[in-house]
Design a protein around this ligand. Structure first.
Ligand code: SF4
Length: 376
């Protein structure tokens, strides 16, 4: 079973924190969709006939696609790939695009899951982040989605925002809970260099939230959501039982996927491919029948490190048996003193050959993974 990811690189406006690949000029949108449909044909052997279990439209802002553009993509998917019954079809959406008409169009194309970029219910914070929508639109769109029958809804929230205190975060989470989303992704704001926030930070106009305050906010999110029945199944992801994102879970479990569009990545078990992050060049290249990508052959060390980084962030943990069987790597022997130190500092638990992060360990997930990395 495999997944398809589409990168739709257009947005109405640039959020001040975002360093994804996108353009606010939408004049190439329709042509880019035509070429995505061509890329589906050009790449149809990449997944070697594996049935498609998950389809994910991300970006950028895929909710900017018209009904006809969505139709173009889905027709090409069904023409070129074997789609499994019960396929999960997720579209990332911004609240201001989710009118009742748009929601009906999404539903009739087969979309059965929405990942809505709400980020905050506080108007002041939304303006600070330069989001294109209001808090009222965020509240309304979730209700409207339920009304058309799309009930599998995930919402994105951001915390560790400068000037946002814990009380405001708590209020935000309480509002989110009134919407009963099946899934919540909660991300800590990172200030990236090539963004408006990055420029403000370099001029001293913006100060990122201190690490200990960010840690307190992470704990606040974790405690409140788990108290309300959400399963903390990945560091930044929570769901009601049975509503994990199948698509993202397949990334974390190392399943194969094909990424289409500028800047999309693909993985087939032995290599990763990265499409060029340039809309114009992407279109020109696909028009000539060439998929413009760079390929990286994964070494055994790369695979071990990727597994460490992703598995430790999940509730399934890092299996020592899997590392041994799949990569011939005995993690416990190579890292005995460090693992003992993590155990005695109560940062990890070791259960039946699986390493899991404790509550305190979750705050240091990426650091612990990188300390365990194998160097080539
Ligand atoms: S809408 Fe999403 S992709 Fe677009 S700029 Fe904002 S965060 Fe980035």
């Amino acid at each position: 079973m495999a997944g398809l990811y589409f990168h739709i690189p257009f947005c109405k406006q640039a959020c001040h924190y975002c360093d994804f690949h996108f353009s606010t000029n939408q004049t190439l949108k329709q042509e880019l969709v035509n070429q995505l449909s061509e890329e589906l044909t050009l790449q149809k052997d990449y997944l070697q006939g594996e049935p498609i279990e998950t389809i994910y439209l991300g970006g950028g802002t895929p909710s900017l696609l018209t009904a006809q553009e969505l139709e173009t993509l889905f027709t090409s998917i069904h023409k070129n790939y074997r789609v499994a019954s019960g396929v999960e079809v997720t579209v990332e959406a911004n609240p201001d695009d989710l009118t009742p008409k748009k929601l009906s169009e999404l539903k009739s194309t087969g979309v059965n899951r929405l990942s809505i970029g709400i980020q905050s219910f506080d108007e002041r914070v939304l303006k600070f982040l330069n989001r294109s929508h209001t808090a009222t639109e965020a509240l309304k769109c979730v209700e409207a989605a339920h009304q058309v029958g799309i009930n599998n809804i995930s919402i994105d929230l951001i915390y560790s925002i400068p000037d946002q205190n814990e009380e405001s975060l708590q209020k935000n989470l309480a509002t989110a809970l009134t919407l009963h989303p099946k899934h919540i992704s909660a991300y800590s704001l990172t200030v990236e260099e090539k963004t408006v926030f990055g420029r403000w930070a370099s001029k001293g106009k913006l100060h990122a939230v201190e690490e200990d305050q960010s840690a307190r906010q992470f704990e606040l999110v974790m405690d409140l959501l788990t108290q309300h029945g959400y399963q903390h199944y990945e560091i930044s992801n929570y769901c009601l039982p049975g509503f994990q994102s199948k698509h993202n879970t397949s990334y974390w479990k190392g399943k194969t996927y094909l990424g289409l569009g500028p800047s999309a990545h693909s993985y087939n078990g032995t290599t990763r491919q990265f499409n060029i992050p340039n809309n114009h060049h992407y279109i020109k290249s696909i028009q000539k029948g060439i998929v413009p990508f760079e390929r990286e052959e994964l070494t055994n060390e790369n695979k071990i490190n990727e597994y460490l980084l992703t598995s430790l962030r999940t509730e399934w943990g890092c299996s020592l048996y899997f590392l041994e069987e799949k990569f011939g790597y005995d993690l416990a022997t190579h890292n005995k003193p460090y693992l003992n130190q993590l155990l005695s500092n109560n940062l990890i638990e070791l259960n039946r050959g699986t390493i899991m992060l404790t509550r305190a360990g979750k705050l240091l997930a990426d650091r612990i993974a990188s300390d365990l990395f194998v160097s080539s």
